[in-house]
Design a protein around this ligand. Structure first.
Ligand SMILES: O=CC(=O)O
Length: 331
């Protein structure tokens, strides 16, 4: 007798190849219209499905998890961050949670570098000059930006992505500094010629650029609080491709408006997809660069994420431990 295929509910459209494979392997309920599911619809899905595949914009809280059917054993997240899922409640109910680490590391690091370059060298502002008909030719004193080479980059969170950013930044001649919960292995520090700062406050006070690469957890919420942001030098640039909640966004806006911080390159926002009007005004005035959460947006990355989701579901359904389980120690 053939085994019944598991019912897998997918909350958003995924790359076509991933959906095709899911259709072959599972009783896949795909969201072809790509309409975001309401919380009630997600609860409904969790009552019926064996597996749900949410993405990072689907908030799954304890009350929703409490209503899941007993057959629902796996939340296979399409994405790395899991701060939108109450993982503790899921684990308590015996529901396994998996994510897709590792496959978006290089893409996110590339985007971080792009933000460093675009804020320092005024790329977005410059790219409008010719289409807007404002170019009168080269002059010695116009559109001057900041040199990257020789500058200090402070990395908050020296995991996979932080290290990938450090490798790139070193190739650009930057000196690498970092703060992390735990110091990384000496051979990693050596290969990156990275300086470890036990005190985040002290590191912030010395950096030309600061880039955030830690996850959003209860422990990192507003890690860059109003008080801490004040340690940054007025000519510093802050880059965030991690999660908006790690920074007190109102405090950041106040500092940018007051000229207490030179610029920011942001791919993530505290209340995404809502973006603070004042930040938008600063972007219009070319004081900051804002991107709509594009850090991992490559065709290759999204296909790899889909492949990871499929492997996690397959191994789980076959009775094995899926490779990308989210463990309590990661929260
Ligand atoms: O931000 C993207 C992700 O967490 O996958």
């Amino acid at each position: 007798m053939t085994k019944k295929k598991p019912v897998v509910v997918v909350t958003r459209r995924l790359p076509e190849l991933v959906e095709t494979r899911m259709r072959e392997l599972f009783d896949a309920r795909l969201n072809i219209e790509d309409k975001p599911m309401s919380q009630a619809e997600i609860v409904e899905a969790m009552r019926e499905a064996d597996v749900i595949v949410p993405t990072i914009t689907d908030h799954i809280n304890a009350a929703m998890i409490a209503q899941a059917g007993d057959q629902m054993r796996l939340i296979a997240n399409f994405g790395n961050g899991v701060d939108h899922i109450d993982v503790t409640s899921a684990l308590r109910r015996g529901i396994t949670v998996t994510n897709t680490p590792g496959v978006m590391t290089e893409d996110t690091a590339d985007m971080t570098m792009a933000l460093i370059l675009s804020t320092a060298r005024r790329l977005v502002e410059g790219s409008h000059v010719i289409p807007d008909g404002h170019w009168g030719g080269w002059t010695p004193t116009w559109m001057l930006g900041r040199r990257i080479t020789g500058k200090r980059l402070g990395i908050i969170g020296m995991g996979r992505i932080g290290q990938a950013v450090a490798r790139r930044a070193r190739a650009f001649g930057m000196s690498i500094h970092y703060h992390n919960r735990r110091r990384v292995a000496p051979q990693i520090e050596e290969s990156l010629e990275a300086t470890y700062w036990d005190s985040l406050d002290q590191m912030l006070a010395r950096m030309d650029f600061v880039s955030i690469h830690c996850p959003h957890t209860p422990g990192t919420y507003h890690l860059l609080s109003a008080r801490r942001l004040k340690h940054l030098r007025p000519d510093a640039i802050l880059i965030n491709t991690a999660r908006g909640e790690v920074v007190d966004e109102n405090a950041l806006v106040r500092m940018l408006e007051a000229g207490e911080l030179a610029s920011a390159g942001l791919d993530v926002f505290e209340h995404a997809p809502a973006v603070n009007e004042k930040l938008i005004a600063l972007a219009r005035a070319s004081k900051v660069t804002l991107l709509p959460h594009m850090g991992s947006s490559t065709n290759e990355g999204r296909a790899d994420m889909g492949e990871k989701v499929i492997i996690n579901i397959r191994t789980f359904v076959d009775g094995h431990r899926p490779p990308d389980r989210v463990l309590p120690s990661m929260l």
